[in-house]
Write a protein that binds this ligand. Structure first.
Ligand code: SF4
Ligand code: SF4
Length: 308
């Protein structure tokens, strides 16, 4: 089988496994994207996510992360929910509605890797989904199925941005796709929609101001300046995606593990106020929401509820 046929078979199997998109890029040093990342870090935009500065050389060249890497297969899994919290309920980012996406993605990526290794060509490689220093949006862009929008999200034309991204690094040459041109045009809806002006200019997200960061990764208090702008965002924020015209094309995912539970969808404000640690553990068993911990969720709740 030549590399064109191999690449086609890999993409066909990725779609069969339920991924919405799959592309392939030659492994390389990310060039000027490293300078942009260094500047973003030097300005402190990563807030408390100090791990972003770790392993910068590996983050910017996957051949240093896994020796012998020649190709990067990038995949996208749809997480746009069919059933949503009502607008008058306290809101969670869509990605957090179901079970922890790391597990779902890892299982599908491993299936794709095993298929390649066992059915197509012996390979050496590794699978990743938010589990190593990799610029996942950069590689999805290089793999040709989307572009990085002004909101810093990966946007797939006529599909939107509600996608988990994952990668397989392989030691064989494949047929490579070309990076996609931006289709944001003159649009700046995401910049205008951001409640805290965390998108300071196109492609520049200051995590210190971002509700997603403040309600999930942040370990400290939420400053009054931002709490007053959180509205009903209890966990994460999708405002800069919900307003994006490309998300009008989003279709609902079909992944059972990512479906929200009835208990979650029926939570009212008073239920959140009365939530005990035990109820929290039951409600979010196997969910990525556990990242914020019970205390973190209660801190967020205090920020979004009006003072008595
Ligand atoms: S996630 Fe929310 S707060 Fe963060 S940049 Fe997007 S709109 Fe702004
Ligand atoms: S809202 Fe407009 S500018 Fe922002 S990412 Fe979407 S298309 Fe691009």
């Amino acid at each position: 089988m030549n590399k064109e046929q191999l690449s086609q078979q890999i993409k066909a199997e990725a779609l069969r496994l339920g991924f919405s998109a799959c592309g392939i890029a030659r492994a390389h040093f990310v060039g000027e994207s490293k300078a942009h990342l260094e500047q973003w870090l030097a300005e402190g935009n990563q807030a408390g996510m100090s791990y972003m500065s770790n392993h910068l050389d590996k983050r910017c060249d996957p051949r240093l992360l896994v020796e012998g890497t020649k190709s990067i297969i990038s995949v996208a899994l749809n997480y746009s929910p069919s059933r949503k919290l009502r607008d008058d309920q306290l809101q969670f980012a869509y990605y957090a509605y179901g079970q922890d996406y790391h597990e779902v993605m890892k299982a599908k990526l491993t299936s794709l890797f095993n298929y390649i290794n066992e059915q197509l060509h012996p390979v050496i490689g590794r699978v990743f989904c938010d589990t190593a220093p990799i610029l996942d949006r950069y590689w999805a862009w290089q793999a040709g199925f989307g572009w990085i929008g002004k909101n810093t999200q990966l946007i797939i034309p006529h599909a939107g941005s509600y996608f988990f991204l994952g990668e397989i690094l392989l030691d064989i040459d494949l047929e490579y796709d070309s990076p996609m041109k931006s289709r944001c045009g003159n649009c700046r809806r995401c910049l205008d929609a951001c409640p805290t002006k965390a998108l300071e200019k196109p492609f520049l997200l200051n995590a210190n101001r971002c509700i997603s960061y403040l309600t999930i990764e942040n370990k400290g208090a939420i400053q009054a300046e931002y709490a007053s702008k959180m509205s009903n965002h209890l966990y994460g924020c999708d405002d800069c995606q919900k307003c994006c015209p490309w998300n009008r094309f989003a279709t609902s995912h079909l992944v059972p593990e990512l479906q929200p539970s009835e208990a979650f969808l029926s939570m009212e404000r008073t239920d959140w106020e009365d939530l005990t640690v035990e109820q929290y553990r039951t409600l979010f068993k196997g969910s990525a929401v556990k990242r914020a911990k019970y205390e973190g969720l209660m801190r967020n709740l205090k920020a979004v509820l009006p003072e008595d």
